[in-house]
Design a protein around this ligand. Sequence first.
Ligand code: MG
Ligand code: MG
Length: 292
Amino acid sequence: MNILSKLFSRKSSDSQTPALPPLRRSYRGVEIKSEAEIEIMRRSAFIVATVLKEIADLVEPGMTTADLDAYAENRIREMGATPSFKGYHGFPASICACLNNEVVHGIPSPKKTICAGDVLKVDTGAVQNGYHGDSCITIAVGRVSPAAEDLIRAAEETLYKGIEQVKPGNTLLDIAGAIEDHAKAAGYTIVEDFTGHGVGRRLHEEPAVFNTRTDRLPNMRLKAGMTLAIEPILNAKSPHTRTLRDRWTVVTVDNGLSAQFEHTVLVTPTGYEILTDRSHITANAVGDRLSV
Ligand code: MG
Ligand code: MG
């Protein structure tokens, strides 16, 4: 789930030259996690990563987004956590499920059948022992168009370009700059209506983790112990979005495709740790980890 960047917006600069975000010196509102808190977050994040990996493996044409939501809620609870999204500001489900031109906050529905060729985004969060994990993946369902495949690949690469900038002393602007440059070089636009965020005791914390060189959001140096949800959204055409009448589902204004990947990332003393990393998760690993 994303933060509406307008919540954090400041008055834009009147300058003609592209302005850079102001460097914020206060860390008020930004939680620096202790080792004990980080260990709890590792577990929440592992649960999120496990659910997303399993959904990526099991999804097939003919299922509905409500089927995926039911699976996710059951698995999150089975692993000892609570879905972060369900009830959050009234959101009715445990995952956000977005198809094709849907950008964020899609409400799962038994009427939404997943078809071969769809670009499917699944975003979910889990909280246990008071700490949240948050991650999103984009799945190519069956064989998708070469254009869709390229967008999905670029969206994942772009997330990792941002993550590579995470280390103490670097700033949020370093993350945003790497994201912006990579997405644009790949030929895509970046949605500016939503940003990433700090994550921990609350699903959405300070700071806003912006994805472009905006001057509307405060910049900040990264410190070890910060936990950030980094989540750039790439669009094939216009970066602009609109919200449907359900007051949740956000779509592209021109019906172009949209793709997103998100990880919960810890700033370590030397760089970063991707807490929602799925790459080493196997069925056995899930059993081992959760029996501890
Ligand atoms: Mg999310
Ligand atoms: Mg998020």
